[in-house]
Design a protein around this ligand. Sequence first.
Ligand code: G6P
Length: 365
Amino acid sequence: KVLDGKSYKWFMHKELHEVPRKIKEQIMMPQEDLDSFVKTILEAERIFITAAGTAFYAALAGKFLISNFGGPYVEAILCSEFIDTLPNMPENSVVIAVSQSGETADTIEAIRYAREKHGAKICSIVNVVGSSLTRYSDEVIITTAGLEIAVASQKAYCTQVSALTLIALRIAELKETYSVEEIKKFRDALLKTVDIAENILIEEGKIREIGEKISNETNIYFLARGISTSAALEGALKLKEIAYIHTEAYAAGESKHGPIALIEEGFPCIFIAPPDATYSRLIGNIMEMKSRGAKIISVVADFDENVTEISDYTIRIPIENNKYAIATSIVPFVLTLQLMAYFVSDFKGLDPDKPKNLAKSVTVK
Ligand code: G6P
């Protein structure tokens, strides 16, 4: 597993190190492909987004990105729940499907149902050219991840979210939610995530240290608000899949309605705490856990002070202190959580590339 003359023990580690160049290629994708995709979305009366597994957490990030940038409401539905959630699908709908393989049986079933029974248009974000999903779609954005070997998706996720950010920004541009200058600043900030990802990887030893600290845990909560809830879900999924630790991700505001019952001295809670609109409310949630003895591990911006002060450990994300950088920082935050899961898996002597009972592409319903 060699990349740039450097050899990696596992494909997952090598593929995580491909993230900067892969997201760069995605962000530089042809404008025409993006335009017709976005046009189809904006012509619809109702917009759904569907996927499975990690791709669903990319979809969830996309739902937040589109609305955070002033776009229309997007309903995210797991593909395995799609038909049962929408027995009477509204007319003139668009379904955005997100998939690495383009072969996940539940995803294909959901979009075929939407298309064939309800005349929905299908816009898919897919990594494999010529896959079943591309054949059933009206519009396709091909992600630039390239071949992904590790079963648990990571670089594909990062390209999916980069593509969804471009979609959100294009919608914002067409709807004139922001001035032309501001849109440009958001786009520049998105491009800077390439360097941020690069820096995270250069400094990955720090993430490894935190990984070691949590590697003996048996239960971990991942808590966040807003778009970061999708990051919490992805971080929890990765750690569960490749390090076999029981994790649970929750919207932090909901954590007092259940998860808090298990908190005792030393119970690890990982908070994803970017300095966005959720920040001060999240601090309230951190305090609720901390005051009951929880061990607080937080993922914060480099310049963070308040959450750092109340955390036992922090992982710091090197983003700039401005609204453009903050609004486009979901990939750096998630990349960090994916790397941490990788290090925990490796530290425990497990095989992160082929977790037991999991398949790269699930072609059964
Ligand atoms: C499996 C893989 C995941 C992936 C999911 C959806 O569970 O292990 O990594 O996210 O399928 O796959 P897709 O190919 O549709 O993205």
